[in-house]
Design a protein around this ligand. Structure first.
Ligand code: SAM
Ligand code: SF4
Length: 350
């Protein structure tokens, strides 16, 4: 082959290997990646984990460098929003090294948002560092403002520590959104007060329906509170005005006229939000789940480790996105008491 032919072959080869945007079979562009950096946690929330969880052997985990490479491959393929989650992301040793290295994609403009979902237990320690790395907004999960109830829901958590974390985050200049899982007979009578508290501190509150993920040793039927019901009750105290505000996630928001703040609803059961799904999830072992509520998955650890080139990884990601299902089929009722999927939310990443 003449030199010019060889050169054009290389150019063509590179073009073929260039990362292509991620479009699934239903023409949805995948631009949002959620990464579970660890399946471990310092809490044992009753709807998320069983009291005696078995965790993955540490040796199975991707290293922080591998997680960085995996995230960077998705960013090269058009992901613009990245959320670190878990388990509890802030209990993964060295986590700030990953946040810091990923922040280069914010600086380059490839990533629009780097964020995380946390239980807040370690936030006091990390809030300022997160802000320094370009993290602007975080979600903190708090299901109740009653310390005893908080301990009962989380089994191990200390509300005082979490609230100190929220203070530190706001002081550092992070925008904080509070996530609360609506739990029948547990926090349902508190949701109006929590709205006043969160909005009063300039924070949005998002309510989430319990999803049937993993065995927890608790009955989902006993826990499940349809948000249609919660919303009707909140409407007795507040004027809720529908608004268009979106954060790229599945929550639908209303403005609470009396507080001037926002209240979000994530309703996977009463109102399935799959048609606009733009996200996929990877676990700390490099498994890609195309849908939170389905079992199909793709192993990305093998192509990641098989080659220093990202080409096999891009091919594995493309193949998996080509299998992204239309949606989940969550149901919770007396006939459907078993989890829709066996893995826990802490494995896939909430
Ligand atoms: N540990 C962090 C936290 O609690 O924020 C991040 C991971 S946690 C799995 C992410 C979110 O998922 C939390 O807001 C949690 O309340 C929610 N969650 C966990 N299990 C759930 C379930 N079965 N149904 C609905 N939400 C769940
Ligand atoms: Fe831990 Fe978050 Fe699951 Fe609670 S919801 S057990 S804090 S991972």
């Amino acid at each position: 082959m003449a030199a010019t032919d060889t050169n054009s072959a290389i150019v063509l080869d590179r073009a073929a290997a260039a990362p292509q945007p991620l479009i699934d079979p239903f023409a949805r562009a995948i631009t949002y990646l959620r990464v579970s950096v660890t399946d471990r946690c310092d809490f044992r929330c009753v709807y998320c984990m069983s009291e005696h969880m078995t965790f993955l052997p540490k040796a199975d985990l991707l290293t922080l460098e591998e997680l960085d490479r995996l995230c960077s491959a998705f960013i090269a393929k058009g992901v613009t929003k990245l959320r670190l989650t878990g388990g509890e992301p802030l209990v993964r040793r060295g986590i700030m090294t990953l946040v810091e290295s990923l922040s280069r994609h914010l600086k380059s403009g490839a990533l629009k948002e780097l964020t995380l979902t946390t239980n807040g237990s370690q936030l006091e320690k990390y809030a300022a560092q997160l802000k320094d790395c370009g993290v602007d907004r975080i979600n903190v999960s708090i299901d109740t403002l009653d310390p005893d109830k908080f301990r009962a829901i989380t089994r191990w958590g200390d509300l005082g520590k979490v609230l100190a974390g929220v203070d530190a985050a706001q002081k550092a200049g992070l925008k904080v959104k509070i996530n609360a899982v609506a739990l029948k007979g547990v926090n349902e009578d508190e949701l109006a007060d929590m709205t006043a508290w969160a909005n009063g501190r300039g924070m949005d509150l998002t309510l989430i329906e319990v999803m049937p993920l993993g065995e927890t040793g608790e009955s989902r039927v006993d826990q499940y509170l349809p948000l249609s019901l919660a919303r009707a009750r909140l409407a007795e105290r507040y004027t809720l005005e529908d608004i268009d505000y979106r954060t790229g996630g599945p929550a639908r928001y209303v403005r609470v006229k009396e507080t001037g703040g926002r209240l979000g609803f994530i309703t996977p059961l009463t109102h399935n939000f799959c048609e606009s799904c733009n996200r996929v999830r990877i676990t700390c072992t490099g498994t890609l789940f195309m849908c939170l509520g389905q079992n199909d998955a793709a192993d990305l650890r093998t192509p990641l480790r098989a080659s220093e080139s990202d080409v096999p990884l891009y091919a594995a990601i493309d193949e998996a996105i080509g299998r992204k299902p239309k949606g989940h089929d969550f149901v919770i009722d007396r006939q459907h008491q078993r989890p829709a999927v066996a893995r826990h939310m802490s494995v896939t990443g909430g």
